[in-house]
Design a binder for this molecule. Structure first.
Ligand SMILES: Cc1cc2nc3c(=O)[nH]c(=O)nc-3n(C[C@H](O)[C@H](O)[C@H](O)COP(=O)(O)O)c2cc1C
Ligand code: SF4
Ligand code: SF4
Ligand code: FES
Length: 595
């Protein structure tokens, strides 16, 4: 029995800011102080506040320390652990002039969160199966194998109202029932851990922080559907997640929880990890299965759906990491418990990756039905540098941009679709007044265009033409006819593409055209970018009254287009200016304006 536990985040974010060294230093300092029998150091998964890492939490007090460096460890051990005086300077505080908040649970970032899929992340050592078991792990599997029929497991998942967290939101229990009733002696279950959306790391964090819950979820699904083999398709760019999955699988096998005749029930299950090469389109379920089979990852038409003809032609069920991670808590606590959270048609919670111009970026799990305003302002702390909120892109690169008027929209599959956006897998990019919405649409389309597999013409050629039009507009060379062509192409690509990539790629363009049309018009009619972001439409000018004639701009201009001297002053030769912005950044007196 230990009197104190030092939990150190071992997620990718904190590892990259030095968590491994901090862990080593804690172990050494605790040993040197003679406290090894009283204090246990536990590496954990992600707490969601990765930008504040490395995160250290000391229990039983629940003191939350941020940005802990090796050099801070001796002080925490000596002051907090040895003398019982927590170290205030390392505690979280919202900003420099705010008091520090000693306890984890009082931090506003966590106030409105409700953690189910992330329930164990940050609390247990993901490399230790016993810690997972101590938190109720494998209890649901034991319950299902000993006292539930496969049909009862499916009924419980149906009762929970769980919907696929990979983007589509298809009811999970219903999908399982299709595969369960499909004919075939051999069936597969697959976990989709491809997570290709730029900026998304929900699935990675679950796999890194709680790999056993995904494994247990898959086993419950396999039992319910009559499958005896599974694949976790994880992008190779997630080495830590893969390593922890493999460790967890080996431990589960040692405990008789994976493999032949699990818990003496007669149910057997074999699991493999398949590394993907990181193509966005390989997250699409038919492309993913082709990739597992060793073929090029390209979508194929459906039907047949995977439930009838999936991996190697066998009935297959594919779910997202977060979907699988919700299954053990649902089976442990009952479908009704899960269904009591969320909205009428969107039950439970959703994990989002909060990024962009927001004070606190990170990973959050919130109940469905929460408003965008609560996520962005109450949890995320509002807009960086107190600038004005402009838009939020929800649903990843194929999502839509919503505006101020949508901030009080309750987050659910239905409400977001009605506004032209999608839940997607949980990307949330917040934008402020300095963001150009035409540029944003171009940015996301660039991504989907590059990732198009090229199999069908509307997606392959249509997105390319759309991109050319957006480039033309952001360079101030667009016409009003281009706007109509762009909109027409967007609808054509959406309606005629084979897979979800092409069907959703135009969403950023369509939503920005719907909610920010005036910005497109300003680029075309006035040859101006209202947000001052499109370089080609900017003009730099020296404000004579503010200029101190120091010449710093002229010395730094890469094309030497700021002639003048200390006596006569300086001016910018606009026709030679390449709009690099160096003068604007370098002038110490703010004497350069861009318009
Ligand atoms: C281009 C494209 C990329 C996708 N990427 C992913 C992904 O990375 N992870 C994921 O779970 N689903 C992804 N999906 C959705 C999957 O095709 C599939 O619907 C999902 O894995 C089903 O699981 P769910 O029912 O649990 O959501 C993608 C779909 C498309 C069209
Ligand atoms: S819609 Fe795009 S990504 Fe999908 S199959 Fe067609 S070309 Fe490939
Ligand atoms: S924007 Fe760049 S190129 Fe133009 S004047 Fe300033 S430093 Fe020179
Ligand atoms: S990786 Fe440590 S808080 Fe996210």
């Amino acid at each position: 029995m230990y009197r104190s536990h030092v939990l150190i985040c071992g997620g990718t974010g904190c590892v990259s800011s030095g968590a491994r060294d901090v862990t080593e230093s804690f172990r050494n300092a605790i040993r040197d102080r003679g406290l090894s029998d009283e204090v246990l150091v536990v590496p954990t998964g992600c707490h969601g506040m990765c930008e504040m890492g490395p995160i250290v939490v000391v229990y039983p007090e629940g003191t939350f320390y941020c940005r802990v460096q090796k050099s801070d460890v001796a002080e925490i051990v000596e002051e907090h652990i040895y003398k019982g005086r927590p170290v205030q300077r390392l505690m979280y505080s919202g900003s420099e002039d705010m008091p520090s908040i000693p306890r984890y649970k009082d931090i506003p970032f966590y106030g409105k969160q409700h953690r189910i899929a992330l329930g164990n992340c940050g609390y247990i050592n993901p490399d230790n199966i016993e810690e997972y078991i101590a938190r109720g792990g494998y209890e649901a599997l034991g319950k299902a194998l000993s006292s539930m029929t496969p049909a009862q497991v499916i009924d419980e998942v149906k009762a929970s109202g769980l919907r696929g967290r990979g983007g589509g939101g298809f009811p999970t229990g219903l999908k399982w029932s299709f595969c369960a009733s499909a004919k075939g002696d051999k069936k597969y279950v697959i976990c989709n851990a491809d997570e290709g959306d730029p900026g998304a790391f929900m699935d990675r964090s679950i796999l890194e922080g709680d790999p056993h819950c995904v494994i247990e979820g898959m086993m419950l699904g396999a039992y319910a559907m009559g499958a005896d083999e599974g694949y976790i398709y994880c992008r190779a760019e997630y080495p830590l997640a893969i390593q922890r999955l493999k460790t967890a699988m080996a431990q589960a096998e040692n405990y008789g929880l994976l493999g032949e005749n699990i818990m003496g029930s007669g149910f057997s299950f074999t699991l493999h990890v398949k590394e993907g090469a990181g193509a966005f389109v390989c997250g699409e379920e038919t492309a993913l299965m082709a990739s597992i089979e060793g073929r090029r990852g390209m979508p194929r038409p459906r039907p047949p759906f995977p439930a009838n003809s999936g991996l190697w032609g066998c009935p297959t069920n594919i779910n997202n990491v977060e979907t699988w991670a919700n299954v053990p808590p649902i089976l442990r606590n009952g479908g009704a418990w899960y269904a009591s959270k969320g909205t009428d048609k969107s039950k439970g919670t959703k994990v989002f990756a909060l990024t962009g111009k927001i004070k606190h970026t990170g990973l959050v799990e919130v109940p469905m039905g929460i408003t965008l305003r609560e996520i962005i302002f109450d949890i995320g702390g509002g807009i960086l540098d107190d600038k004005k909120f402009k838009a939020v892109q929800i649903g990843g690169p194929s999502g839509g941009c919503l505006t101020e008027e949508h901030l009080d929209t309750p987050v659910s599959y239905e409400s977001l679709t009605a506004l032209g956006a999608i839940m997607g897998s949980g990307g949330l990019v917040v934008m402020d007044e300095t963001t150009c919405m035409v540029d944003v649409a171009k940015f996301f389309l660039e991504f989907t265009q590059k990732e198009s597999c090229g199999k069908c013409v509307p997606c392959r050629e249509g997105t390319k033409h759309m991109l050319l039009l957006l480039e033309k507009i952001t360079k101030g060379k667009g016409t009003m006819e281009d706007l109509d062509t762009l909109e027409g192409l967007a609808h054509m690509v959406k309606d005629m593409s084979l897979c979800g990539l092409g069907q959703t790629a135009p969403n950023p363009v369509l939503t920005t055209l719907r909610y920010f049309r005036d910005e497109y018009v300003a680029h075309i009619r006035d040859r101006k970018c209202p947000a001052g972001a499109c370089a080609a439409l900017l003009e730099y000018r020296i404000i004579r009254e503010a200029c101190k004639k120091c010449g710093i701009c002229a010395r730094n201009c890469p094309v030497k287009c700021i002639p003048g001297d200390r006596n006569s002053g300086y001016h910018i030769e606009t026709d030679r200016c390449i709009r690099c912005g160096t003068c604007f950044e370098k002038c110490p007196f703010g004497a350069i304006e861009k318009k």
